[in-house]
Design a protein around this ligand. Structure first.
Ligand code: MGD
Ligand code: MGD
Ligand code: SF4
Ligand code: MO
Length: 691
């Protein structure tokens, strides 16, 4: 039997066809005709059948006993322990003394239920690993457009004539999207990245910018575009606010200083300005090289400003386009009840609260009064004793958190740590007091929203085994154990929750009241939000702002800007190099808990942790490719890893793939002021050859 479902790795949201016979997945292929990935898929999606096939065999929860070891207990006992211990913590330390940390990797129905139980019923703080990833784009779009609204449709990649990629490496991180870009042979492709990345190599031009100098560069570029009159005055006059302020602001970012600050010569800035002006359909795409920085929101907004003032928005092949990361990053940021009230609503808005109580049948006392503490504040709260209970759902902060030794410190001060994961042997799960095992995506149902706002359906491919529960079922078990059975009426199935969320979206920019699940999402081509009640789904590709109306009260986009800040982490004699970090290979997914199950990926990658060093560092320190090196960081930690020479790195640059725990031992805890997203891609370090 052939069944269709969405891949639950990255935010591309490829749909796959699973050939299932005798309760086993025999073959996986890209779904033909699906608007995202027509027939294609990457190595991760094609090996989705390998989930929990080697690891993750335990189906019953584990509780740490007095002997310090983990012991199997029944699900009922586990739910009881959860409820009792969390209640004890609230009684002893007060409201807000426990927190959950969740993910952009669960379907939105599970996220919504987690938000209801955690934030609503249990009064926890609750944030997601999306804070490590998309928070910058969320804040940038919200301030500029009035809503967290990425404007594009993926077809814009094929329609654009000028594609500018800023801090994005889709050749590795979004291979199917990159495959579509490569097909657009006419488009001029430009990569702005300190590294000569896989994507930069495949582009027509590479701007090897100094790390974290993008804001200076973009303001200078904007200044040149304005001075040369390469702007769309009609668009600016009719659809934007405070362009004059922005124009004044960027005047001080002159070509004279640009090379010193950014490493890019003034001629090349001029060249880029000409390219933008010559393009009829210019699109600017950004990912983590922008989002993970100490002035990231303003950098993302500088990209937005350039696209809008040149009239490159709301038309085919244009846009200031943030690409998301995790499979449901978009769903979790809008529908999880963590960053905002359901459907992008506001906790502080009385009308929004009232509407949610009515349509979702949630009592007002179960709607939080304010947004949560952000992830960094949850971790620092645990370190300083404010947070005593923690529930980690589908993320692995022991590896992925910035300066990750601070997570160990946080853990040491917790009274109770619960980890809910596929695997009991992740670095985080190994520290848990209570471990809740769950079924992998191939055994459950729900809805994901991909990078271009498309809803698609996760469909169970194979049956669960005895005692195996999905996250949805675990959440229900917890809800009942805390005495909220009555409140969960109407939330029985993922389908129930989807329809609650659909109702909650009414009248918002992400309105999905017109979505009919079985006619549009499941076994179909998916739907991009919005689709309002009564609207027909006429096109597979829909972009926002075609009418020039934005979501701010006056309908206009607002230019957001601020002075460039000095990077506090300066290169010194002691720490003369810069550690950049990010994805390593197409096959490796984050902290590798899942992709380690796929033998062909394992055969291709380095099992031993490594950090790449520049040719110059290697020569100066007499390091050969594959030698052991010690890397020490400004954060006071050091690691021993293999040193791999990468000629595409700047002379003072190192690159640490995030897939190995060692990389985040070295990163330095600094954050963007507005989004609180960690600045993962810059820490000063030193290197030594280990003899
Ligand atoms: N194979 C694979 N694919 C993935 C993932 C995975 O783990 N494995 N993860 C998914 C997730 S959650 C995400 S968020 C995406 C991330 O997707 P990307 O953001 O594309 O990936 P990264 O490698 O984190 O970073 C992109 C680039 O930013 C550059 N960069 C670093 N500092 C700067 C800077 O100061 N300025 C500029 N302009 N560039 C800079 C880096 O050199 C790097 O090439 O990938 C998704 N896809
Ligand atoms: N240095 C550096 N660090 C980074 C980054 C970087 O660029 N550089 N990028 C950051 C970014 S963008 C991201 S998104 C984060 C990602 O960081 P993490 O979220 O920590 O990475 P994952 O390995 O995807 O962790 C997901 C966990 O959920 C489990 N899991 C999978 N499916 C399910 C499920 O259905 N239910 C449950 N309950 N569990 C499940 C997996 O086994 C795994 O343990 O890392 C961040 N860290
Ligand atoms: S590109 Fe992303 S969504 Fe598509 S198959 Fe690969 S991991 Fe899955
Ligand atoms: Mo991410």
């Amino acid at each position: 039997m052939i069944k269709q479902s969405v891949c639950n790795y990255c935010s591309t949201g490829c749909n796959l066809e699973f050939n299932v016979e005798d309760g086993k997945i025999q073959k996986i292929t890209g779904k033909k005709g699906y608007p995202v990935n027509n027939n294609t898929a990457c190595i991760k999606g094609l090996n989705l059948d390998k989930q929990c096939s080697v690891y993750g065999k335990n189906k019953l929860p584990l509780l740490r006993g007095e002997d310090g070891k983990m012991h199997e207990i029944s699900w009922d006992a586990a739910f009881k322990v959860f409820a009792t211990r969390m209640k004890e913590i609230e009684d002893k330390y007060g409201e807000g003394s426990s927190a959950f940390i969740s993910t952009g990797q669960l379907p939105l129905e599970e996220m919504a239920l987690l938000g209801y139980i955690g934030r609503g019923m249990m009064h926890m703080e609750g944030d997601g690993n999306t804070r490590l990833c998309m928070a910058t784009s969320v804040v940038a779009y919200k301030q500029s457009f009035g809503f967290d609204a990425p404007p594009y449709t993926l077809e814009d990649i094929e329609l654009t004539d000028t594609m500018i990629l800023i801090g994005a490496n889709p050749a590795v991180a979004h291979p199917v999207i990159w495959g579509r870009a490569r097909k657009n042979k006419e488009a001029k492709k430009i990569a702005i990245d300190p590294r000569y990345s896989e994507t930069a190599k495949a582009c027509d031009e590479w701007y090897g910018i100094k790390p974290k100098s993008d804001l200076y560069f973009l303001y200078t570029l904007a200044n040149v575009l304005i001075e040369k009159g390469y702007i769309d005055e009609d668009y600016i006059n009719n659809h934007t606010e405070d362009f004059e302020g922005f124009k004044e602001h960027v005047k001080k970012y002159t070509l004279e200083n640009v090379e010193e600050f950014t490493g890019i010569s003034k001629d090349r800035v001029l060249e880029l300005a000409e390219t933008i002006n010559n393009g009829k359909k210019v699109s600017l795409w950004w990912t983590m090289g922008v989002n993970q920085g100490y002035e990231a929101v303003r950098t993302a907004q500088a990209i937005i400003n350039i696209a809008v003032m040149t009239g490159n928005i709301g038309r085919e092949g244009t846009g200031p386009n943030s690409i998301t990361g995790q499979s449901d990053a978009m769903g979790s940021r809008l529908y999880s009840n963590t960053a905002c009230l359901y459907a992008g609503r506001d906790y502080a808005n009385e009308e929004d609260r009232k509407f949610i109580t009515e349509v979702m049948n949630i009592k007002d006392e179960y709607i939080p009064k304010r947004p949560t503490k952000a992830y960094p504040e949850i971790i620092s709260g645990a370190i300083n004793g404010e947070i005593k209970g923690m529930w980690i759902v589908s993320t692995n902060p022991a590896d992925s958190w910035i300066d990750n030794s601070s997570f160990i410190k946080a853990r040491e001060n917790l009274d109770f740590l619960v980890v809910q994961d596929l695997y009991s042997d992740t670095d985080t799960a190994k520290m848990a007091d209570l471990f809740l095992p769950v079924a992998p995506g191939i055994k459950k149902s729900g809805t994901y929203i991909n990078t271009e706002r498309r809803l698609s359906s996760l469909v169970p491919m194979i049956q669960k085994e005895e005692n195996e529960l999905t996250d949805f079922e675990v959440l229900h078990g917890i809800g009942k154990a805390i005495g909220m059975e009555e409140e969960l009426k109407g939330w029985e199935t993922t389908r129930d929750v989807f329809y609650l969320l659909r109702k909650a979206s009414k009248g918002t920019p992400c309105d999905i009241t017109g979505v009919i699940y079985d006619e549009m999402v499941k076994d179909h081509n998916g739907v991009q939000w919005p689709l309002r009640s009564g609207e027909k789904l006429e096109k597979d590709q829909r972009r926002l702002f075609e009418d020039g109306k934005f979501f701010r009260p006056n309908g206009k986009m607002k230019f957001m800007y601020e002075d460039v800040k000095v990077n506090e982490d300066k290169q010194t004699k002691e720490y003369p190099y810069v550690l950049n970090t990010g994805r390593g290979t197409v096959g490796q997914w984050h902290t590798q808990t899942r992709t380690r199950e796929v033998q062909i990926i394992e055969n291709m990658i380095s099992k031993e942790p490594y950090i790449e060093i520049s040719k110059e560092i290697a020569e100066n320190l007499n390091i050969n490719n594959g030698d052991k090196i010690e890397v020490s960081s400004v954060n006071g930690k050091k690691v021993e890893v293999l040193g791999k020479i990468n000629e595409g790195l700047k002379s003072d640059e190192l690159y640490g793939p995030m897939h190995y725990i060692e990389t985040n031992i070295l990163t330095r805890g600094s954050y963007d002021a507005y989004s609180r997203e960690p600045s993962y891609k810059y820490a000063t370090v030193n290197v030594k050859k280990v003899n």
